[in-house]
Design a protein around this ligand. Structure first.
Ligand SMILES: [Mn+2]
Length: 366
């Protein structure tokens, strides 16, 4: 098998194998012991690989031999993680904070005189849970012609529904999920982690990002759970807090050069990630009901605690054509690839008060 033609040996200048060439119908008569060993080892390796694959298949693993990628709450990763909208409708751009299953979404859209045909609407995640009309919100999403990003509650609810449908035990706090239809679950299943609108220079994410890291490299856990980041090299005495609860905790430390993401200040201090975000793009986000409205230079936090009896807030920007006429700073900065501010974007904040306290404000937001 390893017998080589004399010409080849001459070419390589190292005639270590002297068996006759088998191209001309001869076979090797003088295989050396190490050649036999190689053949035996290759055979063993091949047999082991086949057996490993059979064990994987018998356990129901993915045919490729690897488990399917899942989100931090063990849901299937959506087909599109980072959704990009390249062609906006000719109306306004409206971004709404965490509605958490509250009817204030519909009141806010009424107040804004939202036009399905012309306006662009993006929901900043946590569409469901804690409020009384979660299923109504999921039914409305396709009808409103809007986009939305995945919040931690959206993913947790989908996970509970998948467990329920698989006949597994599910967390009793997700009781309402038993009534969720396939269509409603499909809305959650399709939610990306970010929606970016390059023509406006903005991106929407539920929780946030680690500053200094490209959006394509951001961790799924970070995008729907982060509130604070700690500069690496400070606070080493602290544990990684909630990060240790997630499978991706260690990996995050490997890929993030400057900041360590944490879920809550009690997990180790740090500061609001949005205060450190330099853009571009300008980020609109939710998830941080304790801080309420956050007006950082390059990041705007819209979770004003509607489900806790606060408000539901929208950031409203003019139609793109109007914005380009009104804001020369916007046009210039977009041309130079510089980050745009709320002023450049002519952001107007519009809110409705919650009609009631749907979830006790004493409860720690998650
Ligand atoms: Mn959240």
């Amino acid at each position: 098998m390893y017998a080589l033609c004399p010409q080849l040996m001459n070419y390589q200048g190292d005639p270590i194998i002297t068996a006759p060439c088998n191209r001309g119908g001869h076979t090797s008569q003088r295989m050396r012991p190490w050649q036999n060993s190689c053949i035996v080892l290759a055979g063993i390796a091949l047999t082991m690989a086949i057996m490993r694959r059979l064990v994987q298949l018998s356990r129901g693993s993915h045919a490729a031999g690897r488990a399917l990628p899942v989100t931090p709450y063990k849901c299937p990763v959506p087909a599109v993680i980072h959704q990009r909208i390249d062609h906006v409708k000719p109306g306004r751009l409206i971004i709404v904070g965490d509605c958490h299953g509250t009817p204030e979404l519909f009141r806010l859209l009424d107040k804004l005189q939202y036009n399905i045909a012309t306006d662009n609407l993006v929901l900043a995640g946590d569409l469901v849970n804690k409020g009384p009309v979660s299923r109504d919100i999921l039914d409305a999403v396709p009808k409103l012609g809007c986009w939305a990003v995945r919040g931690n509650h959206d993913d947790a609810v989908l996970s509970a529904w998948l467990q329920f449908r698989a006949g597994q035990q599910m967390n009793p706090k997700f009781e309402w999920v038993r009534n969720m239809t396939d269509e409603e679950a499909a809305v959650l299943l399709g939610l990306p982690f970010t929606v970016s609108i390059p023509q406006y220079g903005i991106v929407v994410v539920h929780a946030g990002f680690v500053p200094g890291l490209p959006i394509a490299h951001q961790d799924m856990w970070v995008m729907y759970k982060v509130r604070n980041v700690v500069r690496e090299g400070e606070g080493q005495e602290l544990t990684h807090g909630s990060a240790t609860k997630t499978s991706s905790g260690v990996k995050r430390l490997d890929v993030i050069p400057r900041y360590r993401p944490i879920e809550k200040a009690k997990d180790g201090g740090g500061e609001a990630w949005g205060a450190l975000w330099r853009g571009p793009p300008h980020v609109f986000f939710g998830h941080d009901a304790i801080r309420r409205l956050q007006l950082h230079p390059h990041a705007t936090g819209l979770d004003t605690g509607c489900v806790y009896g606060g408000q539901l807030t929208a950031a409203v920007m003019p139609p793109l054509a109007e914005l380009r006429k009104q804001s020369s700073a916007f046009v210039a900065k977009m041309r130079l690839g510089e980050p745009v501010s709320r002023e450049d974007l002519r952001v107007e904040l519009v809110a409705v008060d919650a009609a009631e306290v749907y979830s006790p404000p004493g409860a720690v937001p998650t």
